[in-house]
Design a protein around this ligand. Structure first.
Ligand SMILES: NC(=O)c1ccc[n+]([C@@H]2O[C@H](COP(=O)([O-])OP(=O)(O)OC[C@H]3O[C@@H](n4cnc5c(N)ncnc54)[C@H](O)[C@@H]3O)[C@@H](O)[C@H]2O)c1
Length: 337
C-alpha cells in the first residue's frame, strides 16, 4: 500500500478551513499541519484538527513530513509561495486565481512545469454533481451541439468584507476585484461547458463600492467561442444577497439550466430536475462545494492514478479570461486569444 501524502494548509482565513476539512476526509492524504502568520488563526485550526501549527512558511517548507502545500493565502502570495515550494520538491494545491495576471500566470506556469511536482489549480465548481452532469450531457451529444449560453452572478461583498483584510480590493494585492476573486469561477465554467474562448469584449465598473475599493464590483462580457457561439456574462458584487450563480447552456434539442444549486433539463414545455449539489458544513454553499471531489482527484493522481484534476493549463486559462476582460475594458477593444 502507498503511504499517505503529508499536507499542510497555508493560510487559515476564510477558505483554509475548507482545505483542512477536505484533507481530513480524503483518501491518500493526512493533514500534517496548518500555517498562518497570525498565530491564533493557525493554533485554532490546528486544535480543531489535532495537527501542527506553523507560524512561518519557511518552517513548513523545511519539514520533511510535508509532501503537499495547499496555498490558501492572498492573491499576491500565490506565485512566490508556489515557486518556493516547487523548488523544494513539494506538490501544490493552489487556490484560485492561479496568479494575479496573465504575465505572472505564464511565467509561473512555465517554471512549475519544469519542476518534478504536480500542481492542482483550484476551480472546484467543475467538480460539483450538477456541473459534472452538465459536462457529461453536453459531451454525449445526445441533445445536439451548443448553440449559446449565459452566466449570471449576483453576490454581495460588503464594505466590511473588504475592510476586514487589507489585501482585498486593491490591484496590487488582489489583482482586481469581482472578476479575479468571485466571477473567475463562472467564467471558467462558461468556457468549460460552452466551449473554448477565442476572444471577448467586456466592461467593468464600480457601482456600489466607490468609497471602499479601487477595483471593480460589476462586469459584463460577450465571449466568442472557437466554434462560433456567443456566451453572455454578467456579474456583480453589489447585490443584496449571495444567490448561487445561474448558468444556462442552450443545446440544439434541449436547454440545461443550473439554478439555485440544482440542474434542470428543459425540452419545449417539459422541465426535469436532473441533479442537485450537496451542501456541506465548511465553506459557503454558493462558492460551489466541489473542493472534495477535486482534491480527492489530486491525491488519487499522487498515488499513481490518472490526472483528472484541474491543471496549470486550466488555471492559466481562467486567468486569461479575467485578464482579457480587464484589457478590453481598458482599451475599449475586442481581445483575441
Ligand atoms: N475556491 C473558493 O471558492 C474560494 C473561496 C474563498 C477564497 N478563495 C481563495 O482563497 C485564497 C484565500 O482567500 P481567503 O478569503 O481565505 O483570504 P483570508 O484573507 O480570509 O485568509 C488568508 C489568510 O492567509 C494568511 N496569510 C497571509 N500571509 C501569509 C503568509 N505569508 N504565510 C501564512 N499565512 C499567511 C492571513 O493571515 C489569512 O489568515 C484566495 O486566493 C481566494 O481567492 C477561494
Amino acid at each position: 500500500m502507498k503511504k499517505d501524502k503529508g499536507a499542510v494548509v497555508v493560510g487559515c482565513g476564510a477558505v483554509g478551513p475548507v482545505h483542512a476539512q477536505v484533507t481530513k476526509e480524503c483518501q491518500g492524504v493526512h493533514l500534517v499541519g496548518v500555517c498562518d502568520i497570525i498565530p491564533e488563526r493557525a493554533q485554532r485550526l490546528a486544535a480543531e484538527y489535532d495537527c501542527k501549527a506553523y507560524n512561518s512558511y519557511a518552517q513548513v517548507l523545511m519539514d520533511p513530513e510535508v509532501d503537499v502545500v495547499h496555498i490558501c493565502t492572498p492573491h499576491y502570495l500565490h506565485a512566490p509561495m508556489a515557486r518556493e515550494a516547487a523548488q523544494k520538491g513539494k506538490h501544490l494545491v493552489i487556490e484560485k486565481p492561479f496568479a494575479m495576471n496573465m504575465k505572472e500566470a505564464e511565467k509561473l506556469g512555465t517554471e512549475l512545469l519544469a519542476q518534478q511536482v504536480k500542481v492542482c489549480c483550484i476551480l472546484q465548481n467543475r467538480y460539483t454533481p450538477c456541473i459534472q452532469k452538465m459536462k457529461e450531457i453536453i459531451g454525449s451529444g445526445k441533445y445536439g451541439a451548443v448553440k449559446g449560453g449565459r452566466g449570471l452572478l449576483t453576490w454581495q461583498r460588503t464594505p466590511e468584507y473588504y475592510r476586514s483584510e487589507a489585501w482585498r480590493g486593491r490591484w496590487e494585492t488582489e489583482g482586481g476585484g469581482l472578476l479575479i476573486n468571485q466571477a473567475v469561477h463562472l467564467l471558467d465554467l462558461m468556457t468549460y461547458l460552452g466551449g473554448e474562448c477565442a476572444g471577448l469584449s467586456g466592461t467593468i465598473a464600480n457601482r456600489t463600492l466607490q468609497e471602499v475599493v479601487e477595483v471593480e464590483d460589476t462586469a459584463e462580457a460577450t465571449l466568442y467561442t472557437k466554434a462560433g457561439q456567443i456566451l453572455h456574462f454578467f456579474a456583480t458584487n453589489g447585490y443584496c444577497a449571495n444567490t448561487p450563480f445561474d448558468l444556462e447552456i442552450i443545446l440544439e434539442k434541449a436547454t440545461l439550466h443550473f439554478q439555485d444549486n440544482k440542474l434542470y433539463l428543459r425540452q419545449e414545455e417539459q422541465v426535469q430536475e436532473i441533479a442537485t449539489n450537496k451542501v456541506t458544513q465548511k465553506g459557503k454553499a454558493y462558492w460551489g462545494n466541489g473542493h472534495w471531489n477535486l482534491i480527492q482527484a489530486f491525491y488519487n493522481a499522487l498515488q499513481g492514478e490518472a490526472d483528472t484534476y484541474t491543471s496549470i493549463a486550466d488555471g492559466v486559462a481562467a486567468v486569461q479570461l479575467v485578464d482579457g476582460i480587464y484589457r478590453s475594458a481598458q482599451t475599449g477593444k475586442h481581445i483575441s486569444f
